[in-house]
Structure formats: C-alpha cells, structure tokens
Design a protein around this ligand. Structure first.
Ligand code: ADP
Length: 245
C-alpha cells in the first residue's frame, strides 16, 4: 500500500512537471504550423504532431486525475443538462465513426449538488468508450433515471461487449484492449472514472454481453446533504500531508 501511494505521488509529480514543457511545445508548434503552407513537403506531418501532442496532453491529464487531483467544489446543477453538454462535445467524434450518440433526458430532473467538472469527466469517459466500442451505423443511447437517493446515467452501446476474462480487469489502471489503434486510449478512463465517482459517493455498474453490447451505469448520489458530506470526506481523503493516505 505504501509503495502504491509513493508511486501515485511520483506519477502525479511527473504529470505536473510534464505539463509546463508540454504547453511550451504546443505554443511553439502553433507558431510553426501557422507559417507552413500545404505546399510544404512535410505538411502532412503537422496533423500527426498535433494529434500526438494532444495525446500526451490527455495522458498527462488523466494521470493527474487518477493520482494527483485536488477535489473540486460541489455546485448545484442540472444533471440532464450536463449529459447534453457532454453529448454535444462528443457528437462530432461519434459521427466521424458513423455512430449516432443520443441522449434521452427528461425535462424535469432533480438537480444534483456535485463537482460538475468531475461528473462530466466520468460521463465523457463512458460515452467515449461506448462510441469506440460501436461499429458504424450503431447508436449509443444515454438515459437518466433517478429517485430521491440516487440518479443513474446509463450509457448503452451495441458493440462487441466485454469477454468474461477481460471484465474483471477493465477498471485496472493502464489496462486497455485498444493498443493496436493509433487513437488508442491509455487504459486510464475507467480507473479514473471509478476513483472520481467513488469519491463522490457513487459507483459505476457494468452489464456486458459478448456480441450484444455493454451498458455502463454511473450512479450519483442525488441528495444535497449526502453529496456535501461526501465532498467533505473527499477533501480529507486526498490530503497529501495525511500519513494514512
Ligand atoms: P481505454 O479506453 O483507454 O482502453 P478504459 O479504462 O476506458 O481505457 O477502458 C479499459 C478497457 O475496458 C478498454 O480497453 C476495453 O477493453 C474495455 N471497455 C470499456 N468500455 C467498453 C465498452 N463500452 N465496450 C467494450 N469494451 C469496453
């Protein structure tokens, strides 16, 4: 456990340190890019560099989320709107793959009191996975259902599903089956999501059938009192000075 904590601190430290030179790289590259015309012999490499810089940025961001995040303050917001925001953010990614991303959200939903950015990140990761798992022509459906205690966001795809021997490992950090793909993830999406949502007092449920598809359900606490309490816990839980951490 101690070794793991030390490793986590190291990872967070590295992530933090890499961010600055990365920002420098990104700025310098933007300048170069602005100067090169499509006639330049290496013009097509620009896209590649761009993508790879973004990829490094995403990895760093996720590592930071996983090991070094400072909990955000909870605010009151409409979860249905948050779902629609994330759907809008990903709709281009989805349509590029020929996948349709549909949110079915009721107009009247209880508002939640949670850190909105963290909630959106969890939803983003689940929807992105569902899109990546879907063959062209398929639809990813996102639904919200809630009662007084909890609100569940279901992300349902009709992809290949997750084989039984893979299922127990999908929440492990750096576990990914997408290694062959240039746009492959780092295997941090689900581990980050689980860590984030559990700190909020929620959970992620998975139901997956090979050849039928997968449904990931993010369950958030609905009560304002509960989430405030949890947010308080989350602050002490991530105190870097705490020797028990
Ligand atoms: P990454 O997306 O970078 O691979 P994740 O932690 O988000 O990392 O996911 C880990 C693994 O879980 C994926 O590589 C994939 O094998 C599996 N997985 C996650 N979501 C789905 C899904 N909707 N359908 C099928 N497999 C999935």
């Amino acid at each position: 456990i101690e070794k793991l904590a030390a490793l986590g601190q190291l990872a967070a430290g590295v992530a933090h340190e890499v961010n600055n030179p990365l920002a420098g790289l990104r700025n310098a590259f933007e300048l170069i890019k602005a100067d090169l015309t499509p006639q330049h012999p290496h013009f097509e490499l620009l896209e590649l560099i761009d993508r790879e810089i973004e990829r490094v940025g995403a990895i760093i961001h996720q590592m930071y989320q996983l090991y070094g995040r400072t909990p955000q303050r909870p605010t009151e917001f409409d979860l249905g709107q948050a779902v629609r925001d994330v759907v809008n953010l990903l709709s281009r990614v989805a349509s590029k793959r020929g996948v349709s991303l549909q949110a079915e959200t009721a107009d009247e939903l209880p508002r939640v009191r949670l850190p909105e950015g963290e909630v959106k990140q969890v939803l983003y990761n689940l929807m992105q996975n569902a899109i990546q798992a879907s063959p062209p022509g398929e639809t990813v459906r996102v639904r919200i259902a809630g009662d007084r205690d909890e609100i569940a966001v279901r992300v349902e795809d009709r992809g290949a599903g997750i084989p039984d021997d893979v299922l127990p490992r999908i929440f492990d950090p750096f576990f990914s089956t997408k290694t062959g793909d240039v746009h492959a993830g780092m295997g941090l999406g689900l581990s980050v999501s689980r860590r984030v949502i559990e700190a909020l007092g929620g959970r992620i449920d998975v139901d997956s059938r090979p050849a039928r598809g997968s449904t990931f359900t993010a369950v958030f606490p609905a009560g304002a009192e509960i989430s405030q309490e949890e947010a308080g816990d989350a602050h002490t839980e991530h105190d870097p000075e705490d020797p028990d951490c």
